[in-house]
Design a protein around this ligand. Structure first.
Ligand code: TYD
Length: 203
């Protein structure tokens, strides 16, 4: 089973992924965590390129680089793990590209991206996606607590476009994407996600 976590920078994904992983492990599941971009030697090298604030990366190149990192991650790690029956938790997946490069940068429209993502992943899509929603102001404030990488320097107006694109996606795919209030107490958020996820787990 493939589960992804999405949201703007500063939405609290990492905390929730940790909590859900602990719950899954306690329930006896084999769990693996992957982050995007990254997770394989090639994808980690691409990550360095993408987050390096000394480089100018053209928006179309950015879309292709995030997707290249994902193509490698899917084939080298995610597919083999799923074949072994593991539960794979993804810290971001293709919805990030639709929201950031599609919505934030305006590189391509959602329909084109939807078809493109399927080519990149060979048709693999998350079984369930948790979208943590925080206001762009809260996200921007949380992330200033640490040094900003290249993607994080884009500013609050950019995060507003990313947030809007995420909401359009969630409205288009309500059967896959669950909206979760990311400004609630972390314990409450974890309970909500677990209540949704637990009945979907098999075996
Ligand atoms: P990261 O440090 O992993 O941030 P976070 O903890 O918020 O996930 O950096 C990933 C950055 O790359 C983040 O700003 C979102 C962005 N991103 C895209 O723009 N497109 C993508 O397809 C992905 C996967 C990430």
């Amino acid at each position: 089973m493939l589960i992804s976590f999405e949201g703007i920078d500063g939405c609290g994904k990492s905390t929730q992924i940790g909590r859900i992983r602990d719950r899954l492990v306690a329930a006896g599941f084999g769990v693996d965590l992957v982050r995007e971009p990254g997770g394989t030697p090639v994808s980690e090298r691409i990550r360095e390129l993408l987050l390096d604030d000394s480089l100018h990366v053209d928006p179309l190149s950015e879309l292709l680089l995030f997707s290249a990192a994902r193509a490698q991650l899917v084939r080298e790690r995610i597919r083999p793990l799923l074949a072994k029956g593991r539960v794979v938790l993804c810290d971001r997946f293709f919805d990030s590209t639709t929201a950031y490069q599609g919505g934030g940068r305006g590189v391509a429209d959602p329909e084109w991206l939807d078809a493109f993502h399927r080519r990149v992943t060979g048709g693999l899509a998350p079984d369930r996606t948790y979208l943590l929603v925080v206001s762009p102001r809260v996200g921007a404030a949380r992330r200033t607590e640490r040094a900003a990488d290249r993607m994080e320097q884009a500013g609050e107006a950019f995060l507003e476009r990313v947030d809007a694109a995420y909401r359009v996606l969630a409205a288009a795919e309500p059967e896959r994407i669950m909206l979760v209030d990311g400004e609630a107490d972390p314990g409450v958020i974890a309970e909500r996600i677990w209540a949704d996820l637990a009945p979907r787990l098999s075996g």
